[in-house]
Design a binder for this molecule. Structure first.
Ligand code: UT7
Length: 348
């Protein structure tokens, strides 16, 4: 069986930065509180009202195609993880498909909050492993500012906007996404939600007056479950693949809170230099966090590196994936050509 491997990464981040000091002027908060409780210093915001998640996702996807040196007609499927689609339907995937000009692709959106990218990645892996598809774009991105209440200090300091994309292709060298543990538990759903806008509470004067179209979070409840759940699945995926902390090159964690990330790293027995952290610069971009980490660290990654990707989010949703990286980041084109010719030779 071929594995599915990531063969290129692209990203889009809005240029505008919103710093903790900017937020001090908007709500009763402080740079010290935000940094010590979360690790965030600033986040990016897409203020342009005419651009949303599909725009960011498309830009990220374009960079993937460019880095990989392929045209949009080669894409078989487009999966977009987001909780902030441009609209409920059509899906963001459809908007990305037409903006990219990818005539041979099908696709859909995946809604799993902060675990969305991992779930989309696992879904994309199935299409590659089954032999059904050769090139699947998996994109995670959110325009969180579109659902933030900039009067609510409990939430508005935590999130940012951004998107990143990866390409999945068959790999015959034993590299790729090798294992996955995913869970959901809806019993705590009210702890992290956006109650308005769906079929239960369709938009109305009342839903607007009651501020139901904003993200709402009971931070302490989510924190307590997240800190254990993310560490548990990361430890579980290591145990069942016979990995110790020494075998891991990087933990690639969802970026919601530095304290949750630290707890996961401790449980895995790895030191902080083996943890990808960019929450200080981007905040929590929901489905964007994990691929944005891969993007920022891609030049540093080498073929055969063991990565654990781990996430926790609203729902609750959580999971971890074990990835053996498939190419030398500093040498993207050459390695990707190798992957491509490998799979051509094997007639996949
Ligand atoms: O990505 C999806 C999953 N989400 C997560 O994983 C988030 C999990 N939760 C967290 O990361 C943390 O719970 C938060 C960062 C959201 C909050 O940190 P905390 O240490 O749990 O704080 P808290 O909610 O217990 O609030 C402590 C105090 C409260 O004041 P009182 O009631 O003790 O007087 C809050 O009102 O901090 C207050 N507070 C703030 N103060 C200054 C809440 N937000 C702020 C703020 N600035 N922005």
């Amino acid at each position: 069986m071929n594995h599915a491997a990531i063969t290129a990464v692209g990203a889009f981040l809005p240029e505008d930065r919103l710093t903790n000091h900017d937020l001090e002027k908007m709500v009763d908060t402080s740079d010290e509180w935000i940094r010590s409780r979360t690790g965030i210093r600033e986040r990016r915001i897409l203020w342009d009202k005419d651009k949303a998640t599909a725009y960011m996702a498309t830009e990220a996807a374009k960079e993937v195609l460019e880095r990989r040196g392929i045209g949009p007609e080669e894409i078989d499927a487009i999966l977009v993880a987001t909780v902030t689609p441009d609209m409920l339907f059509p899906s963001t995937a459809c908007l990305v498909q037409t903006a990219l000009g990818a005539p041979n692709a099908w696709g859909f959106d995946i809604l799993a909050a902060c675990s969305g990218f991992l779930y989309a990645l696992t879904t994309g892996v199935q299409f590659i492993e089954s032999g059904r598809h050769k090139k699947v774009l998996v994109i995670g991105g959110d325009k969180m500012s579109s659902i933030l209440n900039f009067k609510d200090r409990n939430t508005c300091v935590l999130f940012g906007d951004g998107a990143a994309a990866v390409l999945l292709e068959p790999n015959t060298e034993g590299n790729g996404i090798l294992d996955t543990v995913h869970r959901i538990d809806g019993s705590n759903w009210p702890a992290l939600q956006m109650p308005g806008g769906g079929s239960l509470h369709p938009p109305s004067h009342e839903t607007i007056e009651q501020e139901m179209h904003y993200i709402q979070q009971e931070g302490r409840t989510v924190f307590k479950v997240a800190v254990k759940a993310m560490a548990d699945v990361s430890a579980e995926i290591m145990a069942r693949n016979g990995l110790t902390g020494d075998d891991i090159r990087y933990l690639v964690p969802h970026q919601a809170n530095l304290r949750i990330i630290d707890a996961t790293a401790r449980r895995m027995g790895i030191t902080s230099d083996k943890v990808m952290i960019n929450i200080d610069r981007y905040g929590n971009t929901t489905a964007g966090t994990i691929p944005l980490c891969l993007y920022d660290w891609q030049d540093d990654l080498r073929k055969g590196d063991n990565l654990v990707l781990a996430a926790f989010g609203g729902g609750f949703t959580w999971g971890a994936s074990y990835v053996k990286w498939a190419y030398d980041g500093a040498n993207v084109a050459t390695e990707q050509e190798a992957v491509a010719s490998e799979y051509g030779r094997n007639g996949v």
